[in-house]
Design a protein around this ligand. Sequence first.
Ligand code: FAD
Length: 287
Amino acid sequence: MKITEIISGPLPSLSFEIFPPKVSTALEDVKDAAKRIAELSPSFISVTYGAGGTTAGLTLELADAVKNEFGVTALAHLTCLSSGRDVIKRQLDALREKGIDNVLALRGDRPADSSAHVRDFSHASDLAAEIRAYGGFCIGGACYPEGHPESPSQKEDILNLKIKADAGCEFFTTQMFFDNNILYNFLYKIREAGINVPVVAGVMPVTNGSQIKRICALSGTALPQRFRQIVDRYSSDPRAMAQAGIAYATEQIIDLYANGIRAVHVYSMNRPETAKRIAENISEIIK
Ligand code: FAD
């Protein structure tokens, strides 16, 4: 099923994300996590793509398992920065062969050592156009409510987002954010800029307090004072941090649905227990 059909359906959408392991020997563990997340009957499960295409085969294998073994719609991520047209075509052929309908078209991060040079694609919009020309896929893209870290201004970032929508992206999934007002302001601005495709709100339940400040600094995500207090207080106690992080994410999700957001994507990071606790917390809200 296409993601655009799911998120325009009558019920609110709740989806989760998994990522492939770095080594294929760990694949069975991730598959097991995916199976347990699939048992929660999410609207879809997305499978990330390792930087520079390093996990192409494993992303495909996991997306295949999500759809064809566990019976849940799969969204396969695909990055283009260091891949040629031939590699992208092979990946699309393989996704097609497995019956995967949905692709998240991404540029990918620039490697710190700049060893990977740009091949045929400079921006995610180039990849979206390529996938659209290939035909048959529902195409999504990434968006950044607080602006992409490389963008000189949010205004410029939104102009580039419009190019991405015009190139073929039929929905966007957001970068994580911890203050819902940031998303509401962003939605207002993109609608004003003529971007009318649905936006899936990305929410991260923070279960590891020591990592989050570094991740937020790198991604340009603001940590509100209220959440910073929680991290400062509980990051040295993993169980307390997980409980507080899940409660904070739950509150964020309820507020999003209450304010008319139809689709929430949870960055559950291969943790079925986290996904389960979130799903249980909002079970009456999404039914
Ligand atoms: P783009 O849309 O190309 O944007 C990147 C920058 O270029 C922005 O500053 C933008 O304003 C600018 N830009 C865009 N188009 C143009 C243009 N036409 N002209 C000039 N400037 C332009 N990374 C992975 O490696 N694997 C994953 O699976 C993965 N999944 C992700 C999922 C989500 C929901 C998100 C939010 C991010 C994900 N990322 C992933 C990270 C992503 O690859 C990085 O954030 C990357 O730096 C940008 O990718 P993009 O697709 O947003 O790029």
